[in-house]
Design a protein. Structure first.
Length: 126
C-alpha cells in the first residue's frame, strides 16, 4: 500500500479550516445569535417575522450540524493517517483502493463492505 498520504492529509486539513470558517460565517448570520445581531446593529424582530426567523435559524443550524459532523469524520481520517491505520477498511481490515481514497478521502471502509452495510440497512427499512 502507498503509505504516503501527505496530499490527502493536506486536503483534509484544508477542508477542516474552510469548514470551520464556514461555520463561523453561518453563526454570524444566525438570527438567534444576539451578539452578532447587536454587533451589526440589527433591530429586534417583530412577532410577524418570528416564523421567518425561525426558518432561517433552523436552516443555519442544520448546515452547522452537517459541517460539524463532516469535521468529526475529517478529524478521524487525520488521526488514522497519523497513527498509520488510514487506508485500511474498518470492517474487513483489507486495504481500501487508493482511487477510492483519492475520490473519497473520508472513506473508512472498502467499497464492498460499504455496499454490504447499505444493503442491510435498506433491507431493514423496506
Amino acid at each position: 500500500m502507498n503509505n504516503d498520504f501527505s496530499e490527502i492529509l493536506k486536503k483534509l486539513e484544508k477542508q477542516k479550516v474552510e469548514s470551520l470558517m464556514r461555520i463561523d460565517e453561518l453563526r454570524k448570520t444566525d438570527p438567534f445569535n444576539l451578539d452578532a445581531q447587536v454587533e451589526k446593529g440589527v433591530e429586534l424582530i417583530s412577532a410577524d417575522d418570528e416564523a421567518q426567523v425561525n426558518e432561517v435559524h433552523e436552516r443555519i443550524s442544520s448546515q452547522i450540524t452537517t459541517l460539524s459532523n463532516v469535521n468529526i469524520k475529517v478529524d478521524l481520517a487525520i488521526e488514522r493517517i497519523k497513527n498509520g491505520s488510514y487506508g485500511v477498511c474498518e470492517v474487513c481490515h483489507k486495504e481500501i483502493d487508493s482511487t477510492r481514497l483519492s475520490i473519497m478521502p473520508l472513506a473508512s471502509m472498502c467499497l464492498a463492505d460499504e455496499k454490504s452495510i447499505e444493503n442491510r440497512i435498506k433491507s431493514k427499512i423496506l
